[in-house]
Design a protein around this ligand. Structure first.
Ligand SMILES: CC(C)(COP(=O)(O)OP(=O)(O)OC[C@H]1O[C@@H](n2cnc3c(N)ncnc32)[C@H](O)[C@@H]1OP(=O)(O)O)[C@@H](O)C(=O)NCCC(=O)NCCS
Length: 257
């Protein structure tokens, strides 16, 4: 997948576009402990995670273990990329996703463990999130049944001390370029309103706001806005001849290299 991004980046047809000076993401392989640390550090002040934590920060080592486990499994089924050995990471679930055995086991693991060690208030907030998310997905026409045909950007994070150096832009550009080449829509959940402009600049538009905490008497802060965002693929200049088959649509060429 990444080698295709490299190939596109090197292609004469689009070399002048904004990707030219970005660092190149590579598949996340061995740097999972650092990637998990990046996740924990990057989301430490995330409004939605803070809300779900309900004033009780979960054990950092446990959270790191949890994230590492997910990343280890997703290495084989997701588009999992990094810059600088785990300092910045992204993960996307491909369209038409067919879970492997490990993904199904991971799902069971997440279902079984998501309530372990959680207080009553934390469980209530998690339930609120899951219920509102399910309802929002069902009633948003751009999503709903369509999500199986769309790429889901599940994770994007840069270690706080490395933010602002273009890593997030490079990772998201690589993912949106893949979506453009495959002519697929993509979607994501933005848990921090601070990131809206960033996602807008990559073509994502808000299709639904999910509001958390608005009907919770135990929450004294402002309601948390979680955005569902969708992106249509751009039409790219073609680096191949009009009468040739699109080489990037050949499913055999979509293996990670
Ligand atoms: C969102 C995030 C991945 C961007 O990564 P990054 O490596 O800093 O990205 P870039 O350097 O390419 O900067 C992207 C944009 O974010 C802005 N930005 C970077 N660091 C920022 C920070 N600490 N606070 C606010 N904005 C920041 C940049 O100015 C840039 O804006 P621009 O596109 O208008 O120029 C990163 O800020 C992050 O990990 N945040 C915490 C986790 C998170 O919110 N992830 C997204 C889940 S919805």
């Amino acid at each position: 997948m990444i080698s295709q991004y490299q190939a596109l980046k090197d292609s004469d047809a689009i070399v002048d576009v904004e990707y030219a000076d970005l660092p190149i993401p590579v598949p996340l392989q061995r740097d999972i402990p650092k990637a998990a640390q990046t996740y924990c550090d990057a989301f430490r002040d995330d409004p939605m995670i803070n809300y779900l934590d309900a004033g009780r920060r979960s054990n950092e080592r446990l959270r790191k273990f949890y994230v590492s486990t997910i990343l280890r499994v997703h290495r084989y089924s997701h588009i999992l990329s990094t810059i600088d050995h785990g300092v910045a990471i992204s993960s996307a679930k491909p369209a038409h996703f067919k879970p492997k055995t490990a993904d199904k086991l991971l799902d069971c693991f997440v279902q079984l463990t998501q309530h372990v060690g959680r207080s009553k208030e934390q469980r209530k907030r998690l339930k609120e999130y899951n219920t509102k998310m399910k309802k929002a997905l069902e009633e948003t026409p751009e999503l709903g049944e369509n999500i199986k045909d769309m790429i889901l950007v599940e994770l994007l994070a840069t270690s706080p001390e490395s933010q602002g150096h273009g890593y997030g832009t490079a990772l998201l550009s690589a993912l949106t370029l893949i979506a453009d080449v495959l002519r697929q829509k993509s979607w994501l959940t933005s848990s921090n309103i601070k990131n809206t402009a960033f996602y807008n600049s990559h073509g994502f538009v808000t299709v639904k706001d999910i509001i958390l905490g608005d009907d919770n008497p135990c929450w004294e802060g402002s309601p948390i806005v979680v955005k569902l965002m969708v992106r249509n693929p751009r039409v790219l200049p073609r680096p191949w001849q009009e009468d040739e088959k699109n080489p990037f649509l050949d499913s055999n060429s979509l293996e990670c290299t």
